[in-house]
Design a binder for this molecule. Structure first.
Ligand code: AMP
Length: 286
């Protein structure tokens, strides 16, 4: 595996792979790898002859300076994990390579960027995400790009952007990887104190309770959500949002159907966590 830091060396490596006839896969990340990241790398390895993983803690998508400052960073550990997952290139550029002086173009995806995370974190967050992913697509020109269902709204936004801006990229969304107690893996989990870590599985238990309520015949969204809200309340968790929305448009729904996304965000101590589940056959069958 090669670690590359410039767009020109990345382009050369991708061009050589293409000349060999390889399909190129990209897994965009912010590092501090866990099994969620590894599952995307493995999927890319299955699908593509040449796998690029980008590692870039993107400053433009952080709406809180403190979140950026304390975001976990461990490039040496990440490189070892990527290598063991069979990655060909770890692209880890410095900030100035991605945002050189004078940088002034941002990508904004209307609609799906606005509710949920967009409402809580403000428009700069998804503008930063869309901009850096558009740049990574142009830098590495992948055939396939792999994202996690854990960040459901982000995945929808990237699909929309790829379609709208004619990126010749197939976007694949991979299932959420969880701890044995249900907690969705996240780089931010490492920042949870012991008490918050103990309470954190209530998020996925709340989502499972909603799923179960629907399976048991409750199709009214408000009543199904109430089953999950009770679990959050018992764990002393006040969600920033806990919503049933269309999995395609993120518009609120009043009835639970096969394409309802139940999305949840909450702060545990100083750490903000998100999780979600799709109800019905499109879900993960948790
Ligand atoms: P991040 O490094 O947090 O920006 O995440 C990089 C990619 O990994 C994104 O596409 C995330 O959605 C995905 N990801 C993060 N956590 C998980 C998880 N627990 N399961 C599956 N994918 C994940």
């Amino acid at each position: 595996m090669r670690v590359l830091r410039t767009v020109s060396t990345l382009r050369e490596a991708v061009a050589a792979a293409r000349a060999r006839g390889d399909r190129v896969g990209l897994v965009p990340t912010m590092g501090a790898f866990h099994e969620g990241h590894r599952s995307l790398m493995r999927r890319a390895r299955e699908r593509c002859g040449f796998v690029v993983v980008s590692l870039f803690v993107n400053p433009t998508q952080f709406n809180e300076r403190s979140d950026l400052d304390r975001y976990p960073r461990n490039e040496a550990g990440d490189a070892a994990m990527a290598e063991s997952a069979g990655v060909d290139v770890l692209f880890a550029p410095p900030v100035a390579e991605v945002y050189p002086s004078g940088f002034s173009t941002m990508v904004e995806v209307a609609g799906v960027s606005e509710p949920l995370e967009g409402a809580m974190r403000g428009p700069a967050h998804f503008r930063g995400v869309a901009t850096v992913v558009a740049k990574l697509f142009n830098m590495s020109q992948p055939d396939d790009a792999f994202f996690g269902q854990k960040d459901a709204q982000q995945a929808l936004l990237i699909r929309r952007m790829a379609l709208d801006l004619d990126f010749p990229v197939q976007v694949e969304v991979c299932p959420t990887v969880r701890e044995a107690d249900g907690l969705a893996l996240s780089s931010r989990n490492a920042l949870l104190d012991a008490e918050s870590r103990r309470r954190a599985p209530a998020l996925s238990r709340a989502l499972s309770a909603v799923e179960r309520a629907v399976t048991d015949g409750e199709h009214d969204a408000e009543r199904a959500l109430a089953a999950g809200a009770a679990i959050l309340a018992a764990a002393g968790i006040v969600p920033e949002y806990f919503a049933a929305v269309s999995a395609d448009t993120l518009a609120p729904v009043s009835a639970m159907t096969d394409d309802t996304l139940v999305a949840l965000a909450a702060r545990l101590g100083s750490v903000r966590l998100i999780d979600n589940v799709i109800i019905g056959p499109r879900g993960e069958g948790r």
